[in-house]
Design a protein around this ligand. Sequence first.
Ligand code: 5GP
Length: 174
Amino acid sequence: MAERIVTMIDAAAIAARVQELGKEITRDYQDKPLVLIVVLKGSFVFASDLARAVDLPLRIDFLGVRSYGEGTESSGVVQITHDLSKPIAGEDVLIVEDIVDTGLTIAHLMDLLRTRNPRSVKVCSLLHKPARARVEVKVDYLGFTIEDKFVVGYGLDFAERYRNLPYIGLVERE
Ligand code: 5GP
């Protein structure tokens, strides 16, 4: 069966929203150093644009995670496949996520990172699907709220494909 991608959020709308988020983050941290924690793999495109929209002394680190779930449903049991390269004790940390769906992954990551005694931990997510929330997660900086549809592009994959699309789209079967 052939697949077709229908645009949901185009590249210009994403770029404009990323600039706004960058300004908000820059204003809130007021010249203080910040550690961006990029959750791999899905956040790599968003994080690279966001980092360039933030005017602060930034350190960027990567956290590789694999979520064990049934099909497309995450279980919240997260395996760390690549850990941070440095401690975060005493630092202001901003987790950069592609999408908060059930919220289980981000809740788990917040718990994990808090055990390392950062000064603060906040969350920036490009997308949020509130309809699917299983735990309450505060997304401090949010790009777009979307309905309960499976999306790809701008870093997000379907079986490892479509991460390189410059927009967010829906997979439709023809
Ligand atoms: P959660 O634990 O919040 O349910 O799941 C978060 C993770 O599930 C995301 O980081 C992402 O990897 C994956 N995910 C959730 N919804 C979607 C979606 O619509 N498209 C894609 N490609 N991945 C999703």
